[in-house]
Design a protein around this ligand. Structure first.
Ligand SMILES: C[S@@+](CC[C@H](N)C(=O)[O-])C[C@H]1O[C@@H](n2cnc3c(N)ncnc32)[C@H](O)[C@@H]1O
Length: 355
């Protein structure tokens, strides 16, 4: 499977609107997939690790006759589906998927089709993004994540759940917008919503998703180091790719982007080491000028990015940890933490105001 080999920007607005209606009419929600599979865990758990669910539940999904099963195999499990099963979606929906290029025959085997993108349903919104893996049935291929637009993921959900609109806020900035999920799920009541990401693919997806969700926002290719706001924003959100990126953003970017009485909310995976009394001091130690900001850290409990002191002492990552991309990297990761005298790791959302 290639990355997006269909032109997202060439899809007309009417096709995006038709896709939204068709997905809704077919009842394609993550909750419907959860019920179809008879799973007891919440939908967030499925979205945190779709690769695992695809691996373990594809055969069960394939045995079910429902149209949601066809959509889930194509757009959630990134699997191949017999072409004749597309008929279960109805002729109009099938033609739409083929016309937009969202679904195409598998190279070398026209009896099978596959999707060019993932479609994640989250809280009533639909988000297209790049497939991060491909389940071919007899082979599970994991793609290199670099340059790919991630689907709404564990970190996206943690930030989304901790966003709080400042009183009277009218503008929202989605820094590192990726699929656009933060702005499109949170910022419905704001008058001005903008986002940017250095990745052109991310911006293509964020724009496509805004059209799919009928959400008025503008997204451009840029980075916080250079993004020039015409006007600063009342509420700024950033699900950062690393702790270093988070601290650099707070030190060198935030002042230019945040309105005088605005609020920023920054998600990161943070380390606490021996000198740190608490998470606030762990954060302050990493900033050049912590005195400029009033920062309240919220620790995400039960996070797959957390590593409690006991586990760290045992030198063991919890099952399902997202602190490393591959279990083979765990030993080196743990050795690095020990060398830096880290006592705990947690994912935090920092809520930041000017002093
Ligand atoms: C963890 S993803 C978050 C994506 C999306 N906002 C979400 O919550 O699902 C981090 C995003 O930050 C972007 N990014 C990396 N460096 C950046 C920079 N200097 N300025 C703005 N965004 C950046 C990445 O391209 C990536 O899309």
């Amino acid at each position: 499977m290639n990355t997006v080999d269909f032109d997202l920007e060439a899809v007309p607005d009417k096709d995006w609107a038709e896709l939204r209606s068709a997905l809704r009419a077919a009842g394609y929600t993550t909750e419907a997939v959860r019920k179809l599979l008879g799973l007891s865990e919440p939908v967030e758990e499925i979205l945190r690790n779709t690769g695992r669910y695809s691996y373990f539940y594809l055969a069960r999904l394939a045995a079910l006759p429902d149209s949601v099963s066809v959509l889930a195999r194509l757009f959630l499990a990134s699997a191949r589906v017999p072409a004749d099963q597309l008929g279960r979606l109805g002729g109009t929906f099938e033609r739409l998927l083929r016309r937009t290029g969202l679904v195409a025959p598998v190279d070398g085997d026209p009896t099978l089709v596959r999707a060019a993108a993932v479609i994640t349903e989250l809280r009533g919104g639909y988000f297209l993004s790049d497939p991060l893996f491909e389940n071919r049935g007899d082979e599970f291929v994991v793609h290199d994540g670099a340059d790919r637009c991630m689907p709404p993921h564990a970190s996206s959900l943690e930030l989304l759940d901790s966003l709080r609109r400042p009183e009277g806020a009218r503008s929202f900035l989605d820094v590192g917008c990726g699929s656009g999920c933060q702005s499109q799920l949170f910022a419905a009541g704001y008058q001005r919503v903008a986002g940017f990401d250095p990745g052109p693919r991310q911006v293509q997806f964020a724009r496509a998703n805004a059209r799919l969700n009928g959400f008025p926002a503008s997204y451009i290719v840029d980075r916080w180091e250079t993004f020039p706001p015409d006007d600063r924003f009342d509420h700024v959100a950033f699900n950062t790719p690393s702790a270093d990126a988070a601290f650099a953003f707070i030190d060198d970017g935030l002042d230019r982007l945040l309105a005088p009485s605005g609020r920023a909310q920054v998600w990161l995976v943070c380390e606490r080491a021996e000198p740190d009394r608490d998470w606030a001091s762990a954060v302050a130690r990493r900033l050049r000028r912590p005195d400029r900001w009033r920062i309240e850290p919220t620790v995400h409990s039960g996070s797959p990015f957390a590593l409690a002191p006991e586990r760290l002492r045992e030198r063991r990552l919890p099952a399902g940890s997202l602190l490393v991309d591959h279990p083979g990297e765990a030993a080196a990761f743990l050795a690095g933490l020990a060398a830096r005298r880290v006592t705990e790791v947690a994912s935090l959302t920092l809520t930041i105001h000017r002093r």
